[in-house]
Each structure stands twice: as structure tokens, then as C-alpha cells.
Design a protein around this ligand. Structure first.
Ligand SMILES: [Zn+2]
Ligand SMILES: [Zn+2]
Length: 333
């Protein structure tokens, strides 16, 4: 089969590899669509901004059809359309048993530490797949994984209807936060995004204002004099700006990841404002909610799909994400 293989040190190679064979507890999935994630971009950067074990087939945001199953699989139907949690939880380590699956110590991530889904076929633990309705367009179904991660962050933000939101970063994650908060009854949503190509997308996803960082500095007193009730860092390095944008008693959700960022923090402001600052990592039993949102049409997600491309164009797609020009690019192998 054709696959996009990360071979190490910035080398992504599109080549033919043997079809995968599912283990006893695994299913074989024919990939229908797979999104390119910011972490894929990080992984193949030089030096890598995200760890992995090359050679490995990349891609973890996918939807597909179950075409085979190992001997021990009981609960998955051949022919079922599914999405997949690419960070399968073991269910038996201490964090899993304490109800904190995102902290599972035994995650072997698809597309990172084992083969992923920018390929015709992928295998995954049967316990990691979830049925999804055939009525959902494939490129939207491929958004379920990042949406499940954002739903975890949104749950932790505990937005109340009528509250205000500032989202730093108008990439795919920022856009999903905007969409979820809009649907949750936010009164005013302001996105901070320097890219002129991404700004209209953030607007179409539901932001009332999309401002560059300079525009935000100039207009914040007029637009949001008391600060925002919920602030999201979908960049990975803007905690000081988040603290500055926060209202008294606000919740700050740190979602973006940048291993090199060590911003200086004005700690006393956290104390004086009584802020709640939480890190939100991957999912927390949020796949079913994300699936229900796309199946019901509760969110308008189509504006964030920049392009649908073939597998041979994967590298060009990654370059478009890296440049900040694209929001989400989806591969149909
Ligand atoms: Zn992702
Ligand atoms: Zn675990």
C-alpha cells in the first residue's frame, strides 16, 4: 500500500509498504480520510519539535471502515465506519484507574510510536475505535479527534452562557475552540491570529472579532474592558498574554504545546485576579461527545477545511500548515 513514512531527521517519504496485519486485539481499518495535525508538522521538523520512533507511518486524525479483526475482537463489526482514539489508553495503569486517561503511562500513539493513517490501511486496538454515522462527510469525521481534545479543554473551561472568550491562535485547534464556545452560548469571542489567511476562517467559525496581536493591544480596552472570562492558549507559548487578557476569576486553558517556550510569568497577577490556570492534554472520555456534535450538525466545521489532497501531496500539505496559510488539510488516500 501507499503510505507517508517519517524516516527521521526531517525526511518524509511517500512509498509502497506491506499492508498491515491486525494483532489478536486489533482491527484493520481502510482509511477514508486523515487530517494533518500541527504535531505532524512538529515531528518532521529539524530538529523535531515532537518525539517519535521512526520509521513510522504518520497521521492520527482519521476515519475509515473496519475491514478485518483479530481473533480476540468481540465488539467491532466488520464493515462498520469508525473514528479512532490514536492515543489508546491501557485502562489498568494508576492514572487510568484514577479516571485520568490522558495521563495513562502506557499510551503507544498511532502515527507517532506505531504506524498511523496516512496510508490505505491502518491497524488499531479494537478498544480505541468508535462507530460514526455514514452521513458525516469524511473530512468532517476526520476532525473528531482534535474536536475530542478541544472538548476536554472546553469542559475544563466550564464556560457559562453569556461569558466572554479570548482565543490565542486561529489554527485548527483555535477554530475548534471558537466553534464549541459559540455553540455553548459565549457572548463575545475574540480570536488573536496574525495570519491574514487564517483570520477569515476564524471569523467563519464564529469569532466576533479576529485581531492581530497589535490590534488586540490597541483595541482590548474598547472591546473587552474587564478582560475575558475564559482565555485559551492554542499557540503554546502565550501564558503571559493569557494572564493579561483574563478577567477577575477567569479560567485560562493551556492547550498548545511548544517544548522550547519558557515565557516569564507575572505571578502576582494570577493571585490578584484569582485565576484558574489548567493544562489540557489529549482527551478525557470526550470522543462520544465529539462524535455526537458532528453527527448532529451542532457545529459548523466546513470553513476550517482548507484543502483535501491525495497521499502523494502530503509533504506539500504539511508545508502549507507550517507556513500558517492553511487551517486543516485532509488527505484522502
Ligand atoms: Zn492531532
Ligand atoms: Zn493507562
Amino acid at each position: 500500500m501507499r503510505a507517508a513514512v517519517y524516516e527521521g531527521e526531517g525526511r518524509l517519504v511517500i512509498k509502497d509498504v506491506p499492508d498491515p496485519v491486525p494483532g489478536p486485539d486489533e482491527v484493520l481499518i481502510e482509511v477514508e480520510a486523515c487530517g494533518i495535525c500541527g504535531s505532524d508538522v512538529q515531528m518532521i521538523s529539524v530538529p523535531p519539535g515532537h518525539p517519535s520512533t521512526p520509521p513510522v507511518i504518520v497521521g492520527h486524525e482519521f476515519v475509515g471502515w473496519v475491514r478485518g479483526a483479530g481473533a480476540a475482537v468481540r465488539d467491532v463489526v466488520i464493515g462498520q465506519r469508525v473514528v479512532c482514539d490514536p492515543d489508546p489508553k491501557c485502562g489498568s495503569c494508576n492514572p487510568c484507574r484514577a479516571g485520568r486517561p490522558a495521563n495513562c503511562t502506557s499510551i503507544v500513539a498511532l502515527g507517532v510510536y506505531r504506524d498511523g493513517a496516512i496510508a490505505r490501511y491502518v491497524t488499531a486496538p479494537a478498544s480505541a475505535v468508535f462507530p460514526i454515522a455514514e452521513s458525516v462527510p469524511a473530512e468532517i469525521a476526520a476532525l473528531v479527534e482534535p474536536l475530542a481534545c478541544v472538548t476536554n479543554g472546553a469542559n475544563r473551561a466550564a464556560l457559562r452562557p453569556g461569558e466572554s472568550v479570548v482565543v490565542f491562535g486561529g489554527g485548527a485547534i483555535g477554530c475548534l475552540f471558537i466553534s464549541v464556545f459559540r455553540a455553548s452560548g459565549a457572548a463575545k469571542i475574540i480570536a488573536i491570529e496574525p495570519s491574514a489567511q487564517r483570520a477569515p476562517v476564524a471569523k467563519a467559525m464564529g469569532a466576533d472579532y479576529v485581531l492581530t496581536p497589535d490590534e488586540w493591544t490597541a483595541r482590548r480596552g474598547e472591546l473587552l474592558p474587564g478582560g475575558a472570562d475564559v482565555v485559551v492558549d492554542a499557540v503554546g507559548s502565550v501564558l503571559p498574554q493569557c494572564i493579561d487578557a483574563a478577567a477577575m476569576g477567569a479560567r485560562v486553558i493551556l492547550f498548545g504545546m511548544n517544548g522550547n517556550a519558557r515565557p516569564p510569568v507575572h505571578q502576582v497577577e494570577i493571585v490578584e485576579k484569582g485565576l484558574t490556570i489548567v493544562g489540557s492534554y489529549i482527551t478525557n472520555f470526550t470522543f462520544p461527545a465529539a462524535i455526537r456534535m458532528v453527527e448532529s450538525g451542532a457545529l459548523t466545521l466546513a470553513p476550517m477545511i482548507t484543502a483535501i489532497i491525495g497521499i502523494d501531496d502530503t509533504e506539500a500539505g504539511i508545508a502549507r500548515i507550517r507556513s500558517g496559510e492553511a487551517v486543516k488539510i485532509v488527505i484522502k488516500p
